[in-house]
Design a protein around this ligand. Structure first.
Ligand code: A3P
Length: 308
């Protein structure tokens, strides 16, 4: 990799750098797109926005929300990666200025429209609150999030030039300089929004969802205003199964090594292990201690007992 002029603080992977908006770090190419979302996106009250930090279960939640809302369209998951069914605001919807995708997505007659985003609540909160739309946020424990991010980043095109070393990844994660970071502030922003406004912001963790998917699918449906009646128990089970890791990852579209049009990574890279605690197979004791100390400082001290 060529030497760059960026400060050590801005670098997250070798000489690759991130840029800040109000204390949050983003890939440089996303900065104008995020500004467009913040300036132009006008959610409908009926919209559903899935928010998440990267690698916390976004793809899973996309498939679940899509299936809960479009109950008769489960087959769509066979031929489409969930990320093509629920577009990212800052990637697909407000992506390339030249493309017509933006108006296509935004003029959709679907009710609700479902969008997703990694933009933190601290930046997007006003837009979301003023529209009255519903927000679902999925959080994942910090060690599995970092572990998943590290594996994922090393599947990107740029990893060919030089891998993202695990030690560097841990250091950057702890200091917050990772795409959409700091992780801790990201999670806390949406958690607080959920506590303040539970009718509009549904906060769930990957681990809770893994522990009892069926119960949480029903809760999500209630939150979304489309509850399942008792006779629909089989339908709930069908949704849980169609969106499960084992089923999704085996569809041809999700096994494809083709690169997506919207990210520098193949479709298959969104499906890896899907295990709670896989970090134990990769992180050193020292790395675990460092992340736990940060978790205690950030989460525990603000009353959120999670992630250690
Ligand atoms: P691992 O890397 O730990 O396996 P995101 O969708 O936010 O990018 O998150 C990706 C993580 O979610 C990956 O975790 C991936 O394997 C896991 N995942 C993908 N689909 C899933 C599903 N249907 N159920 C549970 N986890 C899933």
């Amino acid at each position: 990799m060529e030497k760059s002029n960026f400060s050590e603080e801005e670098k997250w992977w070798g000489d690759n750098h991130l840029e800040q908006i109000n204390g949050f770090w983003f890939m440089p190419m996303l900065i104008p797109r995020i500004h467009r979302v913040l300036a132009e996106f006008n959610p409908r009250p009926s919209d559903v926005i899935l928010s998440s930090f990267p690698k916390t279960g976004t793809t899973w939640l996309k498939s679940l929300l899509y299936s809960i809302i479009n109950r008769s369209s489960l087959d769509s998951l066979v031929n489409n990666n969930p990320r093509d069914l629920v577009p990212f605001l800052e990637i697909q919807v407000y992506g390339d200025q030249e493309s017509s995708d933006s108006s296509t997505y935004l003029s959709s007659e679907d009710t609700p429209r479902i969008f997703s985003t990694h933009i933190p609540y601290q930046l997007l909160g006003k837009t979301l609150e003023s529209s009255g739309c519903r927000v679902v946020y999925v959080a994942r424990n910090p060690k599995d999030t970092l572990n998943s991010l590290w594996h994922f980043a090393n599947k990107w095109e740029m990893a060919v030039e030089g891998p993202w070393e695990l030690e560097e990844a841990v250091e950057k994660f702890v200091s917050g300089v990772v795409p959409d970071g700091p992780y801790y502030e990201h999670v806390l922003g949406y958690r607080m929004a959920g506590l303040n406004n539970p009718d509009k912001v549904f906060f769930i963790t990957y681990e809770e969802l893994m522990d009892d998917t069926k119960t949480h699918v029903k809760k999500l449906a209630e939150f979304l205003g489309c509850p399942f009646v008792e006779e629909e128990d089989k339908k709930v089970e069908e949704i849980v199964k169609c969106c499960s890791f084992g089923v999704l990852k085996n569809h041809e579209v999700n096994k494809s090594e083709d690169y997506t049009t919207w990210a520098p990574t193949p479709y298959t890279s969104f499906f890896r292990q899907a295990k709670v605690g896989d970090y134990r197979n990769h992180l050193s004791d020292d790395a675990i201690k460092r992340i736990d100390a940060r978790t205690e400082e950030k989460f525990y001290k603000s009353g959120f007992v999670y992630g250690i």
